[in-house]
Design a protein around this ligand. Structure first.
Ligand code: ZN
Length: 338
């Protein structure tokens, strides 16, 4: 197998959002991975609670996409791992990006505004797809690159020595991205390496840690779909409101809407969202048609209009399920009290 080295042009490595498949061709190259680099989880968040893995490296050298498990948790030519926080409210509250391994800060960029590429436009990026970024040199020709950092949040300067776990910046929305996340690229001798599976082709049974430390590998255990957001609103909401965060909750006098945003669903998946009242009675249930193809993200809601005499006080429980081939693969229950 031939590995095409990626020439480093400053902080050019890109991270396009899943909704925008267009991307400059970047070889999905993987270098042989000599021992010697171990990566800690690079974000101060908890997968499954305050963040999720949105994308892995695209291992398919052609126009198709395959993550290291031969799944679809990636997009064309994606050259890193994307760790996503639920919304801009979480980003604004501050989520630290951590050095994945000890090393020396080799390069960085700051000054790129935290504005979604859907608003700013790709032309305005002027090649700064990484946005605000940091490259750490770990020695032996290993380096890690951290992209889409918050403007003004960089805590290090070129030449600084950092330990694994050192906070180096905060997650932002700079560069080629539509949502707040960290894009992490790992390189050896200038060639991109998939940290989850440095060698060989994709493998549905792959279960090793790759370059990750045991705790990081455990945290990043592969998921075929995940729930990124759940909540209740007092009026119908859309994806943009969920992305912004801080959605106003329901009151006894308002409408009652439950919502969910899931990521990395598969074609054929069937989603159902059911809302029950304080007595366990079903208020509403909504089922989406089977997905026509894999979805990087999908938003759905189910709700009822305001009631003439208001909602009776008590617990309102929503249950979201995803069925794949008739089997429940995701189930999440969440509730609110009125
Ligand atoms: Zn990315």
């Amino acid at each position: 197998m031939k590995f095409a080295p990626i020439l480093l042009a400053g902080l050019a490595a890109a991270c396009a959002p899943p909704a925008s498949q267009a991307q400059n061709p970047q070889p999905a190259a993987t270098a042989k991975a000599p021992a010697g680099l171990q990566l800690d989880f690079p974000v101060a968040c908890q997968i499954g609670a305050t963040c999720e893995v949105q994308n892995y490296v695209d291992r398919d050298p052609g126009p198709g996409v395959q993550d290291y498990r031969c799944g679809s948790n990636t997009y064309e030519a994606h050259g890193g791992v994307d760790i996503r926080v639920p919304d801009m409210a979480a980003q604004a509250a501050g989520v630290e990006v951590l050095a994945a391994a000890p090393g020396r800060v080799a390069r960085l960029r700051d000054g790129v505004p935290d504005i979604s590429v859907t608003v700013r436009g790709k032309a305005a990026l002027q090649g700064q797809d990484c946005g605000n970024g940091i490259v750490i040199d770990h020695g032996n020709a290993w380096e890690t690159q951290y992209c889409h950092l918050a403007q003004g949040s960089l805590k290090v300067k070129v030449g600084d020595q950092v330990a694994a776990g050192t906070p180096i910046a905060r997650i932002g929305l700079s560069g080629n991205t539509e949502y707040p996340h960290l894009h992490l690229t790992v390189r050896k001798d200038g060639a991109m390496v998939d940290p989850s599976a440095p060698e060989g082709a994709c493998d549905p049974a792959r279960n090793g840690p790759g370059l990750w430390s045991p705790p990081a590998a455990q945290a990043m255990a592969y998921k075929s779909g995940a729930v990124l957001n759940t909540g209740f609103a007092g009026a119908p909401v859309g994806m943009a409101a969920i992305e912004a965060g801080g959605v106003a909750g329901p009151t006894s006098a308002s409408a009652l809407v439950a919502y969910v945003r899931a990521i990395n669903l598969h074609g054929g998946d069937v989603q159902e969202l059911t809302l029950k009242g304080p007595g366990g009675e079903e208020l509403v249930s909504s089922t989406q048609p089977a997905l026509d193809r894999a979805k990087a993200q999908y938003f759905m809601m189910a709700g009822k209009k305001a009631q003439a005499n208001g909602w009776p006080p008590g617990r309102y429980v929503a249950t979201y399920t995803v069925r794949r081939g008739g089997k429940v693969v995701i189930s999440r229950t969440f509730e609110t009290t009125l």
